[in-house]
Design a protein around this ligand. Sequence first.
Ligand code: ASP
Length: 339
Amino acid sequence: MKRSLLGIRGLELAEIEDLLGLAAHYKARILAGEEIQRVPRRAIGLLFFEGSTRTRVSFEQAAAYLGYRSTNFAGPGSSMAKGETLKDTILTLKYERLDAIVMRHNASGATQLAATFFGGPVINAGDGEHEHPTQALADAMTIIERKGSIQGLKIAIVGDVMHSRVARSNAWLLTKLGAELNLVGPRTLMPPVMSHLPGAIQYDLLAGIEGCDVVMCLRLQRERMDSGLLSSIGEYRRLYQVNQRALRVAKRDAMVMHPGPINRGIELDDLTADGVASAIHQQVENGIFVRMAALHWAFDGSGTDTPTLRLADGKKAAKKAAKAEKAEKSERATTGGKA
Ligand code: ASP
């Protein structure tokens, strides 16, 4: 069976657990230095019609670990710059015999359209203001690693909820996994029809993050914003910046997240972005493993020696991964970072 990963909203809990279990399994194997069986002759297209650092590189890394050939393709420099439609581009790539497409596009729903014409698996790497499923999976994996489970955690997503696909995918994922969710931000940056998203709304930062186990910041999506939504960046910073002072009302061991890229000094201050509570680098690294899981899952594991795992098995693998990570870190420390 081949399948697309277009969003979190339509996933069953069992599918989410499979994806997280697989990601933990791949992380454990890679950190332990184990060989991953390479899948021969599988070719995927990485179509990024919008800027990306983390997502694009981690899909490239994921594909390379799995032994896939990947071809990079972006709007400028392609026939789309000559006016070719998205439909014709996707059909062209289908007959170029690509096996799967990973796609980022500024239009919400563009990946769904691509899946209709492509026929094979399409993985959504972020479509407009709709969803960014692999980011949310990386975030969930990071929370599970730090907190053990998501069930019963109090989590706040803070900032530009209206324009954020990361907020949407996380809202679905975290509530499906049993978190109590607050969506926090100024009225002008909250989606008009909140009933479409799970979670309680809070317009006050301190009320929204009080007692939280996890505070997830969002980037201000200025490229998607009509002017006039914020009176000033200074005012946003004053009212919504997650910093050491604001964090005093969260749980003492609260973790801080941001999907990146960060507007430093706006959504987060430096101390918080770089402090011990920050899980930002762990989110980036886990991005590789959830993308390996997504690629594996899209082909239902065909061609690999790895069975699809449930979260419980994945958790065992995660423990192994944490051990391996610790060992790797102490080795790096003893070799002065030269390992
Ligand atoms: N990198 C994430 C995305 O593409 C978050 C962001 O850009 O704000 O959605």
